[in-house]
Design a protein around this ligand. Structure first.
Ligand code: KIV
Length: 289
């Protein structure tokens, strides 16, 4: 049995996926016509069923990012994230969504060594999660792998600029492309992954001029994160934009302050339990008179 079929009678995960109603890879790709995207594409990260349910109606794409390493598991970077984690969270997000295209990140170490290794990892992610696409980091060096996957039925999202899985090579998470040489390399990377068959390209943490240049240079949509408004779409880590963490990068806009709201709710709950003010009669089972 596939891991993404669900018993809707016993699960809170409603609605179940509606076949044929999801955004498709060709539909995403077709949003950019002759170099123009009339309405920017909306992408957010999701790692759980409930968050997927809430975000799904508002997004063209949900990304099960390997940022779940830090956000869900408290890991120091995305490097320790495993295929098992990505498959399990990918399946949860597919179960909680019916409209958005769900893409799952390929974790560090699961695709770099050869196109064949990448195919085995990507096929496992797609079979176990039910997602429609995978995302992998890297530019020119990954072009052969992207072509290998797309030619074998695996849609791929590229990811250039700041590539967090390479944090140990880059030395940190600072914006990329400050020198002319690096800027040229990033534009070349975007062109290489697009020409290899990526149906869109995430562009992370780059100077505005680079986002501008590469968005004009490639035929497929660019999805920016810390990459200016000059992209064909935008993505953020949902927990960042909801204000769940004390520190957020400069490029994040906080649309809420959920950390403060959760703290208030937990404080009130704790006070009421200690004061025996919760539960009340309303929340208590008693035999009917
Ligand atoms: O892992 C992730 O969440 C990502 C986005 C930041 C683009 O790759």
């Amino acid at each position: 049995m596939s891991t993404f079929t669900i018993d809707s009678g016993t699960s809170r995960a409603t609605p179940t996926p509606v076949p044929g109603k999801r955004m498709t890879v060709p539909a995403i790709r077709a949003r950019k016509i002759d170099g123009q995207t009339a309405e920017p594409l909306v992408m957010l990260t999701a790692y759980t069923m409930r968050m997927a349910q809430l975000l799904d109606p508002h997004c063209e794409m949900l990304l099960v990012g390997d940022s779940l390493g830090q956000v869900i598991y408290g890991l120091p970077s995305t490097v320790p994230v495993t295929l098992e984690m990505m498959c399990a969270h990918g399946a949860a997000v597919v179960r909680g969504s019916w409209h958005a295209l769900v893409a799952v990140d390929m974790p560090f170490g699961s695709y770099e060594s050869s196109p064949e290794t990448a195919f085995a990892s990507a096929a496992r992610i797609m079979k176990e999660s039910g997602c429609a696409a995978v995302k992998l980091e890297g530019g020119e060096a990954m072009a052969e792998t992207i072509a290998f996957l797309t030619n074998r039925g695996i849609p791929v999202i590229g990811h250039v600029g700041l590539t967090p899985q390479a944090v140990n090579v880059l030395g940190g998470y600072g914006a990329r492309g400050k020198s002319a040489v690096e800027a040229t390399k990033i534009v070349g990377d975007a062109k290489a992954v697009a020409e290899a068959g990526a149906f869109c390209v995430v562009v992370e943490g780059v100077m505005e001029s680079i986002a501008n240049e590469l968005t004009k240079a490639i035929a497929v949509p660019t999805i920016g994160i810390g990459a200016s408004p000059n992209c064909d779409g935008q993505v953020l880590v949902t927990e960042d934009m909801l204000g769940l963490f004390e520190r957020t990068p400069r490029f994040v806009k906080r649309y809420d302050d959920l950390a403060a709201r959760i703290t208030t709710a937990a404080t009130t709950y704790a006070q009421e339990v200690r004061a025996r003010a919760f539960p009340t009669e309303e929340q208590t089972y008693r035999p009917k008179p």
